[in-house]
Design a protein around this ligand. Structure first.
Ligand SMILES: [Zn+2]
Length: 96
């Protein structure tokens, strides 16, 4: 027998145990699902420290950082070579 939410009149599904998943209204006792006794509860014990984990950097972020590093290194090498090692290259090549 299909049951409807008394608040929004949407048909209640098998996962609607205590609340309506459409309007989140609390269901009256006669509409509470009979198999609602299988509620899983997660228990946290105080005092037990969870292992600390570093925030994960997405793969895209890692690749972006690596590309930025390679580009920065290439720019630094270019500047060193052109400004300090071959200061007269442009004058020799293009003559000015
Ligand atoms: Zn509802």
């Amino acid at each position: 027998m299909p049951k409807n939410c008394p608040n929004c009149h949407v048909k209640l599904e098998s996962h609607d145990h205590y609340f309506c998943s459409s309007c989140s209204a609390k269901l009256p006792p006669d509409l509470i699902s009979p198999d609602s006794t299988s509620v899983r509860v997660k228990v946290f014990q105080p005092g037990l420290k969870q292992p600390r984990t570093l925030p994960k950097i997405p793969v895209f972020g890692k690749i972006a950082v690596q590309c930025l590093g390679v580009i920065s290194l290439a720019a630094l090498i270019y500047l060193v070579v052109t400004e300090y090692l071959m200061p007269n290259t442009e004058r020799i090549l293009f003559g000015s």
